[in-house]
Design a binder for this molecule. Structure first.
Ligand SMILES: [Zn+2]
Length: 244
């Protein structure tokens, strides 16, 4: 399956620049991905940026994870603290679920039949561990009613990896020719987007319901934060979604 760039638009909400899936927007699902030029100012400010995002999307409550590159998904109720995990789901209204990333793949899920949402963090370790599959089963409902938006992340063009990463994907049973790309310098690159899409399709989600922003955080480092480019202290892109 090729990863197509499908129908994303930029829009400003209360001064915050957001990248939006046209489909989720049409369906009335509050969501979006921020960027470094998001209207918050020159620097990433953590809590203050989240407050501004909360106003922009009119979501009084936001929940975000302490992400640990694993595969556990937690269901969020009320204001209880969010445990360490890499995916959160909820059916509660007015509660925005946030995933933070700077190269890792941010995934936003909407299960239309049960009106549940999930925000998921899939770096190479989470992708390898199939965190997206865990999210699909945690959402409940029918997989063919799930819609997924894939935000800006490091892509096959830039995700050069060492042998240990290739070996880990190989050992997990992946067909390497599906996800490996030859880089310019003869080094191997991994396509995390294709691997995540393959996982989602294998769960029963129609390919046409997977909306990929097609944006690379390294190629477009002027617009998006990249850990690989900028190292420690880099800001974070926020993906957010809530039930309608
Ligand atoms: Zn790139």
């Amino acid at each position: 399956m090729s990863t197509k760039q499908k129908n994303f638009v930029s829009a400003t909400r209360c001064g915050v620049l957001l990248l939006l899936s046209e489909h989720l927007t049409r369906e009335g699902v509050p969501h979006g991905f921020t960027s470094r030029t998001h209207g918050f100012g020159a620097r990433y400010r953590g809590e203050r940026d989240r407050e501004q995002l909360s106003r922009a999307l009119n979501l009084p409550r936001l929940a975000y994870m302490k992400q640990v590159h694993g595969r556990s998904i937690r269901t969020i109720h009320g204001n209880e603290p969010v445990p360490e995990c890499d995916g959160v789901t909820t059916k509660e209204r007015d509660l925005g679920l946030i995933v933070h990333s700077a190269d890792c793949v941010p995934l936003l899920f909407w299960a239309s039949d049960v009106n549940a949402v999930a925000a998921v963090h899939a770096g190479w370790r989470g992708t390898l561990a199939r965190v997206a599959v865990e999210a699909v089963s945690s959402l409940g409902g029918r997989p063919d009613k799930i819609h997924v938006a894939i935000g800006p992340s490091i892509r096959a063009c830039c995700f050069e990896v060492g042998d240990e990463v290739v070996e880990a994907f190989h050992a997990s049973g992946r067909e390497l020719k599906r996800i490996l790309r030859e880089g310019l310098r003869g080094r191997r690159h991994v396509d995390l987007i294709t691997d995540n899409c393959d996982q989602l399709v294998a769960c029963g989600i129609p390919e046409a319901q997977i909306y990929d922003s097609g944006r690379c955080t390294v190629c477009e480092n002027d617009r998006f934060y990249s850990y690989r480019r900028e190292g420690k202290g880099v800001g974070r892109l926020m993906g957010v979604i809530a039930v309608k």
